[in-house]
Design a protein around this ligand. Sequence first.
Ligand SMILES: Nc1nc2c(ncn2[C@@H]2O[C@H](COP(=O)(O)OP(=O)(O)OP(=O)(O)O)[C@@H](O)[C@H]2O)c(=O)[nH]1
Ligand SMILES: [Mg+2]
Length: 360
Amino acid sequence: MQIGLVGLQFSGKTTLFNTLSGSGPSDIQGQKEEASIEVVKIPDERLNELSKIFHPKKQVNATIEVFDLPGLKMSDDNKVKITSSFLNGARNNDALFYIIRGFRDDSVAHPMNSIDPLRDIEFLEVEFLLSDLAFLESRLDKLKRDVLKSKDEKLKRELPVIEKCLAHCEKELPLRTLQLDENETKLLSGYQLLTIKQLAIAVNYDENSIADVDSEIAKLKNKLEKADAPLIPFFAKIELELSQMNEEDRLTFMKDYGIKESALSKILRTSYDMLGLQSFFTVGEDECRAWTIKQNYTAQQAAGVIHTDFFNKFIRAEAVHYEDFIKYGSFNKCKEAGSWRLEGKEYIVQDGDILNIRHS
Ligand SMILES: Nc1nc2c(ncn2[C@@H]2O[C@H](COP(=O)(O)OP(=O)(O)OP(=O)(O)O)[C@@H](O)[C@H]2O)c(=O)[nH]1
Ligand SMILES: [Mg+2]
């Protein structure tokens, strides 16, 4: 599962990426032309708590892949133009993050020469919508011709789905706001439409705006209702500095700046939710680990994520929810309280379940 960071040039994508990947500031900030990808740990307070109880030899967090794309630049005629390599780079992801510049700094150019988050967001929304429109129009033309010539049932089923999508885009609405059933989604999955992807919008503000951020975000939210995407403020430059500090210094600095919660963990949790993912835990003296699964996975499918043998030889899953475990303090106490369960292979795993797989 991969999320892509997309935006205009110098909006703070690579700064955010370096913070997420823990690689620190790069030597050639703002100069990097090529895209890069990194496996990033998902912070999880619950896993930290479990490690405090079990003192395992190692803690393994769930991960997600983050793709950092070079931003759109001003071209020779002083305009920012969408490029096919940008669109293709964006298509490659399961979900998208718009990284939008909100910070003011005269030493960093803006490709459109002024700071205007709403304009930048709408620019990306419109360009992605136009790209989907162009694809849907040409696909519909081709389908209409092919359906006459061929007896292929799949083409016949596709036609109304493409028509439905096209009608939605023509109303200037992104496809992520269109209700599609499982079959329709499947028919469209090969096309990598851009506005069908889940989206979150992260706006990068400077330290002088911290006090105004909530009202700025509220204003943007009002104007962006039809985008149907969560809006998250963050502070790329400060957060990169914070990520280099030890825990104690970091907490002091966050207090000084008036930052309540690191936006980075929020960005990662949002990505996780957008992708329809959740975590279950395995615990022990060797390892406490968060595993990533889809939200409707059964106990047997979850077991298969740990090991294919566990899928094939699945007998039962011992399950306690994290909240219950913390409440009662041990598996034995959970048993006494009736919160310890023995679940069969069809059991739908819940986010935060602690599982122990019994297998033959
Ligand atoms: N003052 C200030 N500068 C920032 C902030 N975020 C990023 N910058 C600076 O802006 C420049 C561009 O940042 P990058 O993170 O490289 O931007 P980018 O979006 O990856 O740029 P491209 O990859 O070229 O599209 C760098 O010099 C950063 O140090 C911020 O919050 N405040
Ligand atoms: Mg960059």
